[in-house]
Design a protein around this ligand. Structure first.
Ligand SMILES: [Zn+2]
Length: 87
């Protein structure tokens, strides 16, 4: 990881890491989508632990400018499991 690599904060564990070590998720008209470039979103590690932490977060307002119902977050985690597999 280069010292110049842009850092992002994981929406799950809350730690900062290289943008390249994480995956982007964003809000679309269909709800939360993985790997969506447009729209307000954030970053998550490709780790089951971080996804679980993401589900437990009380407020995600800072990242998304709105709170997300738990059902929306569960849908996203299902997509992440299907697409990324987790570790
Ligand atoms: Zn994380």
């Amino acid at each position: 990881m280069s010292a110049r690599a842009p850092l992002r904060t994981c929406l799950g564990c809350g730690q900062r890491d290289a943008k390249t070590a994480m995956r982007r998720v964003a809000i679309t008209e269909n709800g939360l989508e993985p790997e969506e470039v447009r729209g307000r979103g954030g970053y998550l590690h490709n780790r089951e632990d971080c996804w679980r932490a993401f589900l437990k977060r009380k407020s995600l307002y800072r990242a998304f400018r709105r709170d997300l119902p738990r059902g929306d977050r569960e849908d996203l985690v299902e997509k992440l499991r299907a697409q990324w597999g987790g570790k």
